[in-house]
Design a protein around this ligand. Structure first.
Ligand code: GRF
Length: 199
């Protein structure tokens, strides 16, 4: 998917977001601290008010809002997204809190080039509200996973995951905070290992 010749061998990533962008910020910090040798070529949000966009702006990263039109199908949105992505030289697409499901065509086109961050120890707790469900089921551990994106939701091969103990006093919010710390760590680790594997 390296649509343009990338003569400097920079490992270019796109980060797709929908919300606060704490995970985007973690990647930005790792790059600044020279712990991660990649370039964020573009940030794309499907939400106009996502705070992640301000983070991209502050870091002088090219960013776009790509809204879904009312009634637009997953396929139509994915075609628009692919067209926008094709204008950047990219080695990897990172879904960091991107809350939109992409089409099977899209995921097949970018097979092994898209990763997603998910707040659970996959294959457990695919989908939404993972923290509340893990507490309700009295799980001992929860955690986060980074996995390759395939046509099946939250089901692609896991690259890295890390767990955290659920304590008796945990609420969905407190557990989310603990898992978020893990997310920031493992997402950067996954990007680093994929970028180094490319060298
Ligand atoms: C993360 O918890 C991620 O696992 C989930 O959405 C959240 C995004 O957080 N899919 P942020 O926007 O990076 O702060």
């Amino acid at each position: 998917m390296r649509q343009r010749l990338n003569i400097l061998a920079t490992f270019n990533i796109a980060v797709l977001v929908s919300g606060g962008g704490s995970n985007l910020q973690a990647i930005i910090e790792q790059i600044k601290n020279q712990q991660l040798n990649v370039k964020i070529a573009v940030v794309i949000s499907d939400q106009a008010t996502a705070y992640a966009l301000s983070r991209a702006q502050s870091a002088h990263i090219s960013h776009h809002v790509l809204l879904a039109k009312p009634g637009e199908s997953r396929e139509q949105y994915s075609i628009k997204l692919a067209a926008l992505l094709a204008t950047y030289p990219l080695d990897l697409i990172v879904l960091a809190g991107f809350m939109r499901i992409l089409s099977a065509d899209f995921t097949q086109r970018y097979a092994n080039k898209i990763i997603n961050l998910h707040p659970s120890l996959l294959p457990a707790y695919k989908g939404l509200n993972t923290h509340a469900r893990a507490i309700k089921n009295q799980e001992r551990y929860h955690g986060a996973s980074v996995h390759f994106v395939t046509a099946s939701l939250d089901a692609g091969p896991v690259i890295i995951q890390e767990k955290v103990l659920i304590t008796k006093t945990d609420t969905p919010q407190s557990l989310k905070t603990k898992v978020n710390a893990i997310e920031q760590r493992i997402l950067s680790k996954a990007i680093k290992s994929l970028s180094e594997a490319r060298q």
